[in-house]
Every structure is written in C-alpha cells, then in structure tokens.
Design a protein around this ligand. Sequence first.
Ligand SMILES: *Cc1c(COP(=O)(O)O)cnc(C)c1O
Length: 543
Amino acid sequence: MAVTKRSAQASQDSLYRIFTIPEAPDSTLGVIEQEISQNLAGFLGNHIVATDKPLTEIEKDFATSAIPEQPSFVSDHTHHLLDKLVAQSVHTSSPSFIGHMTSALPYFILPLSKLMVGLNQNLVKIETSKAFTPLERQVLGMMHRLIYQQNDDFYQDWMHSANHSLGAFCSGGTIANITALWVARNIMFKPDGDFRGIAREGMYKALKHYNYDGVAILVSERGHYSLKKAADVLGIGRDSVISIPTDSNNKIDCQQLAAKCQQLTEQNIKILSIVGVAGTTETGNIDPLDQMADIAEQYQCHFHVDAAWGGATLLSNNYRKLMTGIERADSVTIDAHKQMYVPMGAGLVIFKNPASVAAIEHHAEYILRKGSKDLGSHTLEGSRPGMAMLVYASLHIISRQGYEMLIDQSIAKARYFADIIDQHSDFELVTEPELCLLTYRYVPKQVQALLATANRDIQQQVNGLLDKLTKFIQKRQRENGKSFVSRTRIEVDKYGGDKTLVFRVVLANPLTTETILQDILAEQALLAQESETFLPRLLELAS
Ligand SMILES: *Cc1c(COP(=O)(O)O)cnc(C)c1O
C-alpha cells in the first residue's frame, strides 16, 4: 500500500509514494476489482436495480462539509466507498433497468478506461496528447464518414489538416449542441466590412450591423432542453427557441415549420438554425430530415441535426434509411455514450464543412498556436480526456457489423414489447417504437372502453386519474428495486393534445430478455392493484 499502515499522518514520504506504483500488489485494488465483478454478476443475476434506502437516509452519509484534516489509508477509504457509495448506487447495467439511455457497458471498457486514466492525456493540445490527437481526428473522420460518406480523398485532405476539423469531441450532447449553434451563430454574423464579427463585438452590434430585429432557433416540441441552454449561453435567449408542433408520430410538422419561417422572416427575425431531431429523447422518433433540409435551404439558415440518441442507427445498414436527409445537415450531434455503449463523457459534433470550425477558432500563446494541429483551438471545452480512445476501441472491437446487430436487436425488442403491450387488455401503447424507445400506460380495459366513447370532460377527468396511477406505479416499481422504467409527460393526439403521463422505456441493454419484459408488465399490473384511491375511482367511473 502506498500509505503504509505505520502511520496515517501526512508525511512527505508517503505523499510522494502515492504517485508511484506500489511494490507489492495493492490488496485494496484487488478488493475493488472483486467488488466490481461481484456487483456486475449480482446486478445481472438478481435484476436488482437499486436499494430501497431513501435518498434522505443516504444524504446522511454525505452530510459533513469539513475537509478531512488527517489522511486515511487507501484500504480504509476504499471500504468506506464500497459501503456508502457503491452499495447505494443505481445499477444502470441491470437488464431490468430499461428506463433511461444510460445502459450496460461491454466488459473491455473497464480495463481500457484504466489505461486512458493512467495515461492522462490532455486532448487540448498535442504537447500533452501525441498519438491521442491523431487518433481523435481519425475518430472524427470515421463519424463524419458515417454521416456524410465522402470519398477517401476528402478524408486524406481534411482529417489531419491543421486549420480544419471534421468535428469536435466533447463531454456530451449538450456541449455538442452548444458548439454546433455557436459555429452557426458566428458564421451567420461573420466579420463584414468594419464589423469585426459577433465573436468579437457581441450580439447587439451584430444585429445592428446586419439589420435584424432578432434571431430564432426552430425545433419541434420534442426537441431536447439543451437547445434552450445553448440559446441562453449564446446570448440568443431561451425564448428565441421556437417550438413547432409535431404530428401524431411525434415528428415535426413541416408545413407549420415553413409557415413559421415565413412569419419570422416577415418580422425581420433571422432564423439562425433549424434543428431536426433524429431520435427524440422521449419517444425516439425521427423528424423528416430531408424536408427540413429543403426549408433550411430556402431560408438560407444553418441546418443542425440532434442525433445524440439516434445517430448510432447510421451504423445499421437496415435502418440508416430512417435518417435520410441527415447528410444534408451542416452539423450533427451524436452521443457515443448512448447507443454506442461507451461510458459517459463521449459527445461528438460533426461538421459537414471542415472549414466551419474556423468560426470559433481561439488561439493562445502558450498553447494552440496558429497553424498547430491542437484540437483545443476548435472546442468549447479546454482540458479534455482521451475518451476518443474508447470510441476508437469500440468501433474496432464491435465493428460496424456488430453495432448493426446491437441496433437491430434493440429495435426488434422494442417491437416485441410494443406487441405484448398491445395484446395485454389492461395496457395502452401510447407511442409506437420507431427506434428502441416507446411509451405506454396502464389503463384497465373497462376504462379504455370508457375513454373511447366519453366526452372531453370525462376524458380529462379519467386521464387526470390515470396520470396519478401511472406515477404511483412508476414510483412503487422504482422503490421495489427489481426493475425500472421512467416516466414523462407528452401531448397525445388521441386525447385532444392533452399532456399525458406515460411510462417511457429505452430498450438498449442487449441482455434484456423477452421474459424480463413480460415480468415488468406483470409487476406493473400487480402494482396498480395496490393503488387504494386511483384505481378504485377509475373503475367506479367506468362501471
Ligand atoms: C441525451 C440527449 C441530449 C443531451 O446529451 P447529454 O449527453 O446528456 O448532454 C441532447 N439531445 C438529445 C436528442 C438527447 O437524447
């Protein structure tokens, strides 16, 4: 052990030693390895999603704000972490955890992450990331090719070019979306005559120079909230993100989009970007990207596609056609930490035009010098880890064909789940899966019959109670800890566009079986019976 048992007092000697490799194998590390594999086996075998300890109880373990004055033995502290932290964590890799986009990881990720952390390369500049920078540029090239399918010469020319970048690696979809709109903003309000560009002079002078009364970003009502954050930090304002209604399939209504573009243009409000969603966070649907590209062309604005969730579908030759039109986007966001099974911290934004990142270029004297190949001159973030290595490794180890199988089986599983929901007389499928996401709710068959014929008043009353029942079931199921589905609130056409609470399921874990899905439905049907107020009142209304 680095800090010896002799004394746990801070001494320079023992402090230096924690930066060297222990001579004898550190038993503490063994404990961690053992814990990890035991935990994984346990999670997988028992389908346990989380302990039932309430959050307020767990908070008591993390209550003090005092920084420890005295050092601890690594072994002691490890045990502390295992007890207080690991034991109470959510088992996102459990095959019965089907509520969120955070899923299981392939086993090889763990040792490779250790390698990544051990090397501690900083991708901001080549001086701290030789080899990692070319690797990251190659990964950006692969992802660019996945979307835009240019020829070998194109990648030969641009992939490693100093003043270009095929995209930016970042911590996630949020930063990717911000980066995309940042580039769009700076290109739209570029230097012109004696105006030195928005990057230098800011929004007020940009609007004055270009003579606009405002800017807008247009996205469907299913757009991710990160776009509002982007508008906020870019000085555009959250209210300038205009949501366009969706059709009954949760896809943007292009007629209304075009009408809004026309109206804004007449009001002298410049459209900064139209954003297509390829795999909405709540329902997994894909906007009609080709039609949106036409509209963006007509209004000469940036076309961004937020494919944070759905982008990996491009790896499946059987389903990539769902994304037709994505190749016309000026920029695309993809999260490798979603359907590419890489751990969190792996977001990407890819630019069609390798020169567009010049709009956000920054230089500093001690790093990021002009003409260097430092990736940091084109990223929002500064110091960045070598996450690209995990994407690189996964693309090699799993390969496109492997990803195709993973994507295809997730979609097949979502269809299976949709089928058994449809067949069950007491469940109602709310949104059909297009990718591996779907929403549904528990509605006893008598209540379904009532809803089908009821007037709007009764419908709203029933739906109000059903919302409460859905919430009740979802919370109970989470507390029981055997399985987990999430919940969200979406407008449902069938119910006059009223916001309706639904179960939301993401079927990305390859180890989730049909039996598990059957069990989850059965558990929900049982939990519904435990509701002492909502279910009886619903049944009474229906009788
Ligand atoms: C997850 C997601 C985001 C945000 O990504 P983070 O990695 O959580 O920052 C943005 N857009 C869509 C469509 C997403 O699914």
